[in-house]
Design a protein around this ligand. Sequence first.
Ligand SMILES: *[C@@H]1O[C@H](CO)[C@@H](O)[C@H](O)[C@H]1NC(C)=O
Ligand SMILES: *[C@@H]1O[C@H](CO)[C@@H](O)[C@H](O)[C@H]1NC(C)=O
Ligand SMILES: *[C@@H]1O[C@H](CO)[C@@H](O)[C@H](O)[C@H]1NC(C)=O
Ligand SMILES: *[C@@H]1O[C@H](CO)[C@@H](O)[C@H](O)[C@H]1NC(C)=O
Ligand SMILES: *[C@@H]1O[C@H](CO)[C@@H](O)[C@H](O)[C@H]1NC(C)=O
Ligand SMILES: [Zn+2]
Ligand SMILES: [Zn+2]
Length: 311
Amino acid sequence: MAKKLLYLSKASLLILIQLLEIQSGSFTNAKRIEFSKSLKDLEESQKGQTVHLEESQKGQTVQGLREVKHYLNKYGYLNYEDSNNFEEDEFDEAMEVAIKAYQTFFHLKVTGKLDIDTTKQMSIPRCGVPDIMNGSLTQPQFSFIPGKPIWPYNKHNLTYAFVSSTGPNVNVHQMKAAGSYAFREWAKISNFTFQLTGDVSNADLILGFHRGDHGDGLPFDGPGGHLAHAFPPTNGRLHYDADENWTVGNTVSPNQIDLRGVSLHEIGHLLGLGHSSNESSIMYPSIKEGQKKRGLSSDDMDGLKSLYSSS
Ligand SMILES: *[C@@H]1O[C@H](CO)[C@@H](O)[C@H](O)[C@H]1NC(C)=O
Ligand SMILES: *[C@@H]1O[C@H](CO)[C@@H](O)[C@H](O)[C@H]1NC(C)=O
Ligand SMILES: *[C@@H]1O[C@H](CO)[C@@H](O)[C@H](O)[C@H]1NC(C)=O
Ligand SMILES: *[C@@H]1O[C@H](CO)[C@@H](O)[C@H](O)[C@H]1NC(C)=O
Ligand SMILES: *[C@@H]1O[C@H](CO)[C@@H](O)[C@H](O)[C@H]1NC(C)=O
Ligand SMILES: [Zn+2]
Ligand SMILES: [Zn+2]
C-alpha cells in the first residue's frame, strides 16, 4: 500500500507536538514508553486547556498511532496479519475496523476515529486477557474463552497456592485474605470448592506477583495499563503485576488498585470465563484506579452456569 501523505490539521499537529514532548522526555534511553501511559500523560496535559484533542482518522499519519495498533492487537482487536502497516504510524483501514470493534465492546460512540472518549477508555488500567468480539453486543453479556476450555467434572475441588517471583506492596497475609475472599465468592455460586494448600507442586491453581517480563510472553508494564492476567482451564496460573499500587483494604484510594476486585475477575478466567461487555459484570475488562468491585453480578453467574451446564 502506498504511504499516504503526512496530513496534519492544526489540532492534530498539537497532538503530535504533545506526543513528541512526552516522548522526548521518556525516550532519552531509547526506551519506548507504554502506550497506555503516554495516553494518560496526554490526557493530563490536556486538562484545563481550551483546545480539544482532534480526532485522528483514516488516511492520517500521526506519530504514536503505531502504539495504538499495538494496544489494539494486544487486546484482541487488530490481527497482525490483517494489517501490513502494523509498524507504521498510518491510520489504515484495518485500524479503523479495529477501533470500531473496540468502541462497540466498550459502548462508545462508534466513529472509527481515535476520539477522546476512545483514548480515555484505553488509558484505564485493565486485565491483560484479550477481549473476544462474539455473541450479542446489543445485550452486553459474558463470553467464554475460545474453544470453551473447562475443568472436568471430577476436578471441581481445586487447591491453590501462592508463588511469586517478586515482592508486591502487600504482605503475604493480605494476599491470602484477598484470594480467600475471591474464591469464597465464586464457590458460593458454583459447584467448585477452593482450598489453600502448602503443597505447591500439586496445587491446581498458582497465584503470584511478577514484574515486567516474567517468562510467559505476557510481560507486565509497570504501574497502570496491564494489571493482571490468568490462564484458562486447566492451566491454573494467575499473575498480578507487582508494580501496581495494590490495596486489599475496604477503602481504595484514588491511586490504588483493588486486589480483591481484580482477584475476583482473574478467577473467572481460571474457571473458563472470558470478558463481559457488561460494565456491572466482574468480568468487564477494565477497572479504574480507586474503583472498588465486590461480589459477582448475575451476568457472571449466568456465564458460569451456562459454561458448565452445556458440557
Ligand atoms: C462465536 O460465536 C459463534 C456462534 O455463536 C460460535 O460458533 C463460536 O464458537 C464463537 N467463538 C468464540 C471464540 O467463542
Ligand atoms: C468435592 O467436595 C465436596 C464438598 O466438600 C464433596 O461433596 C465432593 O464429593 C467432592 N468431590 C470430589 C470429586 O472429590
Ligand atoms: C451443581 O451441580 C448440580 C448437580 O450436578 C447441578 O444441577 C447444578 O446446576 C450445579 N450448579 C451450578 C451453579 O453449576
Ligand atoms: C499508593 O497509594 C497510597 C495511598 O493512596 C499512597 O500513599 C502511595 O503514595 C501510593 N504509592 C505509589 C507508589 O503510588
Ligand atoms: C448487565 O447485567 C445486569 C445483570 O448483572 C443486567 O441487569 C443489565 O441489564 C445488563 N446491562 C445491560 C446494558 O444489558
Ligand atoms: Zn480479564
Ligand atoms: Zn504472566
